[in-house]
Each structure stands twice: as structure tokens, then as C-alpha cells.
Write a protein of this length. Structure first.
Length: 322
């Protein structure tokens, strides 16, 4: 029977993920308000830029659920192969926002009241919106709306051009992706220490430990020669920037079941050793892949009509008040 090292077991677990056509995972933040505020204070924010209490409350215990479905195995897939994607952000108080991309449409819904509370900008009452707002009333009420994805990309691109901003960055080509993966695997093999241990219910744990500053410095050192092949506008941190990173050792605990990855846990509290908050964990749980579906009853949001209506209405109001 083939004996595999801890690193090889982890490699194979990730290879198995790449063979799947549908993949779901949940990313959870295990922290509290005090820890988030302590970590924020350590970053020395400018006066008035400190993390608001409401934001810290929403982020503590937040979860992000992602599902991707492709007609090919994920490690062979490009954007054109994707059949559907979905992302949901939830908190202990309920779902905060969700979007799905299915076929020609992007479906969106959000708890606008909670978002308004988080940003400190109260959301207007749906009944106070003008008639031309149309489906925006459904947005305010947290109902599903759908947007033609190509139209949305066009409006976003036109907006960037109007503001003098860069065009959307092209994706990495397959050759560059392979170079990056080879470079990153080399650094991990040199700098990360692996070990295995048996867990409960037939699981196995692989732990990976590395000093953060050393790891990221080595990683970016390998990536820099490839910058010319990366999309325009990609800027890497300098060696001086990286010297500011804490050099505490960070450990990731990977749980394998039947050779497949089921969970990853990372304790980031050591990165804020001088701060009072000590609870800062990140957990990634793999879920059974569920096909993303289009929600029923979504109202179509016409971006051109919406923007022309609001801009035209504002211009008319200005003219009438002159």
C-alpha cells in the first residue's frame, strides 16, 4: 500500500476537488466585536475611519456560502464553461445578501435595512420612491430582482470609462496560471511544515504551519518575475511593505475524510498578539454540491431605464427649482 506524506495527502485532496463539476463551500468568521475592534485599532486607522460598532457586530459570526457549477471538471473549466454560480452572505441574525448567476441573468436580493444600519445610511421607504423606480422597490423590500448580465457588464464598463477608470482586467491565461501554481507549490514545499493525526469518525487531520511574514515574502518573490504575464494594473507589495507583516507562526488544520477535504480551520489570533482581542478564527467547510437555480418570481431590473429615470428626474427637479 502506497505511503503518502502529509503534503502529498493534501495535494491529492485538492486534486479531488478539481475533478468535481459542482462545488459548494462555506467560509465562516469565528470572532467577536472586541477582537475585531482590537485588530482594527492595531492597524492605526485615521480618526473617523475606525470600524463602526454595527459593522463589527455584523461581521462577527458572518458566513459566506459559495456554489459553482460547470459542465467540465473545475480544474479544466474556464468562464464559458460555468453553468451557474451563487454566493450568500449571512449573519447570526439572518441572510444579509445573495446573488446567483444563471444563464443570461444575475439574480440579487439583500436585507437593505441591515445594510443601511451597517453603513450608517438609512434606506428610504419603498413607498417613497418615484414611479420610475420600478423594480427598485423590490430591491428596497429585499425581494429577488434579476438583471441581464451583459447589460450590467456594459453599464459597469461605461461607468468606468466615464470616470476615467481602467477597463475590466482580463483573466489569466492557462500558461500563466500553471506557472503561478508551480511557483506557489515550490514555496509551500520549502516553507510550510506538515504533520498528520487521526481525528474522529474516520477523519484525518493534516496541519500546515509557517511563519506568515516569511511565507508571504517568499510567495511574492516567486510571483514578481511573472508580473509581466499578469493582467494590467496588478501591483504587488514591496519588500518594505512585507516587513510590516507579523512573523508569528500560523497553523491551518485540514480535515480529510476518505481522502477528500471536508474542512479547513485557521487561527489568526496570533497575528494580533499585542491586541487585547484573542478570538479570530477562519473556517472553510466543504458542502455537497447543489445546483444553483434561478429563484422564482424575480422582477426584472432595467438598468438603462432606471438610470435614465433617476437622472432625468433629478435634472427636471433642478430645472423646476431654478
Amino acid at each position: 500500500m502506497e505511503q503518502l506524506s502529509a503534503g502529498q495527502k493534501l495535494d491529492r485532496a485538492f486534486e479531488e476537488l478539481g475533478k468535481k463539476k459542482t462545488l459548494s463551500f462555506e467560509l465562516g468568521l469565528d470572532t467577536d466585536v472586541a477582537s475585531l475592534k482590537a485588530l482594527d485599532a492595531k492597524s492605526d486607522p485615521a480618526p473617523g475611519e475606525e470600524i463602526p460598532e454595527q459593522v463589527a457586530e455584523l461581521l462577527s459570526g458572518a458566513k459566506i456560502t459559495v456554489t459553482v457549477q460547470s459542465k467540465k471538471p473545475l480544474d479544466e473549466s474556464g468562464e464559458k464553461d460555468l453553468l451557474g454560480t451563487a454566493l450568500k452572505v449571512s449573519t447570526p441574525d439572518g441572510e444579509l445578501a445573495e446573488y446567483r448567476v444563471i444563464g443570461d441573468f444575475t439574480y440579487v436580493r439583500a436585507d437593505m435595512a441591515a445594510m443601511g444600519e451597517m453603513t450608517g445610511s438609512p434606506v428610504p421607504d419603498a413607498d417613497d420612491l418615484p414611479p420610475e423606480a420600478g423594480a427598485m422597490k423590490d430591491v428596497i423590500e429585499g425581494k429577488w430582482v434579476k438583471i441581464n448580465t451583459k447589460e450590467m457588464e456594459k453599464v459597469t464598463g461605461d461607468s468606468r470609462k466615464a470616470e476615467g477608470g481602467p477597463a475590466p482586467a482580463p483573466s489569466l491565461d492557462a500558461k500563466t496560471q500553471k506557472k503561478l501554481v508551480k511557483a506557489l507549490r515550490g514555496v509551500i514545499a520549502r516553507e510550510v511544515k506538515f504533520k498528520t493525526a487521526d481525528g474522529d469518525n474516520g477523519t484525518e487531520h493534516v496541519t500546515a504551519t509557517a511563519p506568515l511574514r516569511t511565507l508571504v515574502t517568499e510567495l511574492f518573490g516567486e510571483i514578481r518575475p511573472l508580473v509581466k504575464d499578469l493582467p494590467p494594473g496588478v501591483e504587488l507589495p514591496t519588500d518594505k511593505d512585507l516587513k510590516e507583516a507579523p512573523d508569528a507562526k500560523v497553523t491551518a488544520d485540514f480535515t480529510l475524510k476518505n481522502g477528500e477535504l471536508s474542512q479547513v480551520e485557521v487561527d489568526l489570533a496570533k497575528l494580533a498578539e499585542s491586541a487585547k482581542g484573542k478570538k479570530l478564527g477562519l473556517t472553510l467547510r466543504m458542502r455537497e454540491g447543489i445546483k444553483p437555480t434561478a429563484p422564482a418570481g424575480a422582477t426584472k431590473l432595467d438598468l438603462d431605464k432606471l438610470m435614465n429615470g433617476f437622472v432625468g428626474g433629478a435634472a427636471m427637479s433642478d430645472a423646476e427649482s431654478a
